[in-house]
Design a protein around this ligand. Structure first.
Ligand code: 13P
Ligand code: SF4
Length: 308
């Protein structure tokens, strides 16, 4: 491991590369990354970096977003099979058909979508800014607006609809990890075992789970909240990779999984050996056609302009 890290650091200098990693990554990736964050933090970092090469340790749509905002830079993904099943639940064709059912549709696309879907959308959002993004559109279009389309996550969509107080037409997608593996009975068990712990869950969880939580937050917001909170114990309802960061940043606090099975297999495809391999051989570069890139860039930029 030490030798791999030494090689990696040397290559990073030679190639002026930066390693960006999502919070769900394996501990070995957290430890070598230049920056670890949630999807919104990572898209902002991708815009700001002066590096020539970005090694993106996360799933495909995240690396693709980094590439859309940085057309002159090489964005490498250590495993090109690291996809997001929720992002695959909607295609540009399906979105066009959905849009055609409305007179004047405005599409809010969760960043967990392909470049082609973003290209058919008006504005992007992540789980940390979705409420503000939707409120900003509703503000622009008037309260009686009823043709906002939200894709692809039905759970995030219904949470946002409630908080923003805006009626939306929501696609029926979901995250298999959050929707299928974080169940009310597991949360109840964890609560019985740790009655004093605060419950934090991700908005990709089912509404029945979200309603049992003390707070519903994106991964990045969760990390910042825990640092400031006076609570000492937390039950965490999101992918287990976050536990490593929470414990590392808050050694005096205790964190409990809702279930140790809450794993995103795609996030876990990225390993240290693969990071070294792509940087050595400059392989697995993300490529987006210039036409789609330009169209997908607009909704991402619009999202980044919203201060949330
Ligand atoms: P965050 O925006 O909270 O990082 O979530 C991304 C994601 O894919 C959650 O499953
Ligand atoms: Fe996609 Fe779910 Fe994995 Fe997040 S946890 S990347 S939404 S499959």
């Amino acid at each position: 491991m030490k030798e791999t890290i030494r090689k990696l650091n040397k290559l990073k200098k030679e190639k002026n590369a930066v390693i960006l990693a999502h919070i769900y990554q394996l501990p070995e990736i957290h430890n070598i990354a230049d920056f670890v964050g949630d999807s919104l933090d990572l898209s902002r970092k991708a815009v700001q970096t002066n590096a020539d090469v970005i090694v993106f340790c996360g799933v495909h749509f995240m690396a693709e977003t980094a590439s859309i905002v940085n057309p002159k830079k090489k964005v490498l993904i250590p495993d090109s099979n690291a996809g997001c099943p929720m992002a695959d639940m909607i295609t540009a064709e399906k979105l066009k058909e959905f849009k055609s059912q409305y007179k004047n549709p405005v599409v809010v696309a969760y960043v967990n979508t392909s470049a082609a879907v973003k290209a058919e959308s008006d504005i992007c959002c992540t789980s940390s800014n979705a409420v503000n993004v939707v409120k900003s559109i509703a503000g622009d279009r008037g309260a009686e607006n009823s043709d906002i389309i939200f894709v692809p996550d039905r759970n995030l969509g219904s949470y946002v609809q409630k908080l923003a107080g805006v009626k939306m037409n929501i696609w029926n997608g979901f995250c298999p990890t959050h929707n299928n593996l974080i169940l009310p009975e597991y949360l109840l068990e964890a609560k019985e075992e740790h009655p004093h712990a605060e419950i934090l869950v991700h908005p990709e969880c089912r509404p029945e789970v979200a309603s049992m939580a003390d707070h519903i937050m994106s991964t990045g917001v969760m990390c910042r909240y825990v640092e400031k909170s006076t609570a000492k114990e937390f039950i965490i309802g999101t992918e287990t990779g976050i536990l490593y960061k929470l414990k590392k940043d808050n050694p005096s606090k205790n964190f409990y999984h809702v279930s140790s099975l809450v794993v995103c297999p795609n996030m876990k495809k990225i390993t240290l050996a693969k990071v070294l391999d792509v940087l050595t051989n400059m392989k697995n570069a993300i490529s987006v056609s210039e036409d789609i890139r330009q169209k997908a860039y607009r909704p991402i930029l619009k999202m980044l302009e919203i201060n949330a």
